[in-house]
Design a protein around this ligand. Sequence first.
Ligand code: CA
Ligand code: CA
Length: 164
Amino acid sequence: MDMISVCSGLSLLCIILSAVTTVEGTCPEGFFPHGDSCYFFSSSMEADWIEAGFFCNRFNGGDLVAVESHSENEFLYQILHFMRSDKSFWMGGTDEFVEGHWIWISTMDKMTFTDWGQGYHDGHGSHEDCLQIQAGGRWKDAVCSVRSNFICEVPALGGPDIVG
Ligand SMILES: [Ca+2]
Ligand SMILES: [Ca+2]
């Protein structure tokens, strides 16, 4: 069950809308929907990790993708497979602040779900502080200044029942 809470003012008016079935929100053109988010794959545009984040920030609530579940991760692989990509794409993970402590930049939360490829993520002091998903499979850490394709995650615009 999805719970969407709409609060206004000093939380005096707080309407809780609950939908019995999951209603996927609508996504801007060129984005792929999954759950409550929309995903943009920059297949023809490369940027370093910081630039890629700025690009994603231009969308309302957007940032480099944060992968919180197996299902979200599988969805990304499916799209990469669908796109027949053989590239690596930036995601929103970084251990730039504390080496070996991986967080999602959009929330600053510690990563819980991970899908590291073998031999990655253990390069201590290697300056590989930014996260990529490889179309061929699994995640790897990479040097943040490398130019690469990237994936943005943006909140969906809300289900069809919600007006205003
Ligand atoms: Ca996410
Ligand atoms: Ca690192």
